[in-house]
Design a protein around this ligand. Structure first.
Ligand code: 3HC
Length: 318
């Protein structure tokens, strides 16, 4: 079949909402876009374990420690899940991980901010996972089969993450003045960085046109950001938190909370590697990779031995 026919068949599948599966023909650009997006998503999950992992040994009680342990463990699983889905597009796990370790690949900007107090852990669960849910609920309907199915499983767990984060903040807001101040301070430091998670304004989003054409994105960066703001402002006000945005105002016609301008210089500086924790995060991932080399070597040696035995048994039987 010539390229033209293949492309038109592919476009028909997309138009009819038929999932694209790994063995299906797809335009190279589709493959590249999905590999880029899914690998960065997987990197985000794995790097995202670092700011929260930092507080596991310092959780205020056993219940909080267990919930945080479960959440961080979930994130590791989400990373592995999405790496596996990304590998179906033909790039090996090793190559994807090398792109992260050498600083070539991006991961979500939000994880380049430090978690300074226990309240930050509540804010990360509530806001960051809340933002991820808004985005991932859309991606659960995307055209690439393995990615959309991975999102279904992940969104269910993200809901627990968001709830445990919001409950931490609710508890602090019912606590002492110092605890309320700690929660407000954490919100002040993470609010704008969370809005950046949704990416640049639609007018500055070079990848969105492709991703819309191929029904990977069904809502734009700005639409998802606005939806997140609308649900989160109400949750913040319910427990007495102030959103750190003097331009925030409710528009009763559009029923949107209109908000101020994001600091895009900060956004582009962070995604270029100049955020507060970029170097620390990359170093931590490289250290973990190096310290874990023996596990990879042992597993490969065992698999080869096992395979060898199975091969021998097969040949003997054969
Ligand atoms: N952090 C880092 N890079 C970002 C970014 C962010 N917050 N927002 C955008 N970028 C990058 C894009 O990757 C792109 O760079 P590239 O072409 O070199 O990859 C550039 O900025 C331009 O942005 P676009 O809008 O054109 O890019 P996209 O169309 O890909 O949209 C996105 C960006 C919304 C992040 C989209 O890629 C996406 O939805 N990705 C999948 C979801 C994801 O990765 N979420 C990250 C959070 S995961 C998480 O929070 C874990 C949870 O368990 C807590």
């Amino acid at each position: 079949m010539d390229e033209l026919t293949r492309n038109s068949e592919f476009d028909t599948r997309i138009a009819e909402g038929i999932k694209i599966e790994p063995k299906d023909w797809m335009p190279e650009k589709y493959r590249k876009q999905l590999t880029r997006m899914m690998s960065q998503h997987a990197h985000s999950e794995v790097v995202g374990m670092l700011p929260e992992g930092n507080w596991i040994t310092r959780a205020p009680n056993l219940r909080r420690k267990m919930a945080l342990l479960a959440k961080v463990q979930d994130e590791a699983g989400h990373g592995l899940y999405i790496y596996s889905a990304a590998e179906t597009l033909g790039t090996s796990r090793q190559e994807l991980v090398d792109q992260l370790l050498t600083g070539k690949a991006k991961y979500s900007s939000i994880f380049n901010y430090p978690t300074l107090t226990w309240a930050d852990i509540g804010i990360v669960g509530w806001l960051v996972d809340g933002a991820a849910i808004v985005n991932q609920t859309m991606l659960a309907k995307c055209s690439y089969g393995p990615y959309s199915r991975a999102m279904l499983r992940i969104c269910a767990e993200e809901n627990f993450h968001k709830k445990q984060g919001y409950e931490i903040i609710c508890t602090l807001m019912k606590g002492t003045k110092e605890q309320q101040k700690m929660a407000q301070d954490a919100l002040n430091r993470f609010w704008w960085a969370t809005l950046m998670m949704f990416g640049p304004h639609d007018s500055n989003s070079p990848n969105s046109a492709d991703l819309f054409k191929w029904k990977v994105k069904k809502k734009s960066n700005d639409e998802l950001r606005q939806h997140f703001v609308n649900i989160t402002v109400a949750q913040a006000h319910t427990i007495g938190l102030e959103i750190p945005d003097p331009d925030l105002k409710y528009n009763s016609e559009t029923r949107n909370w209109e908000f101020g301008e994001i600091n895009w210089d900060e956004f582009y500086a962070v995604i270029k590697g100049h955020g507060p924790c970029n170097k620390e995060r990359l170093q931590a991932r490289n250290d973990a990779h190096d310290n874990g080399a023996w596990v990879r070597e042992a597993s490969i040696a065992y698999a080869k031995k096992k395979q060898g035995k199975n091969l021998e048994r097969f040949l003997n039987v054969g």
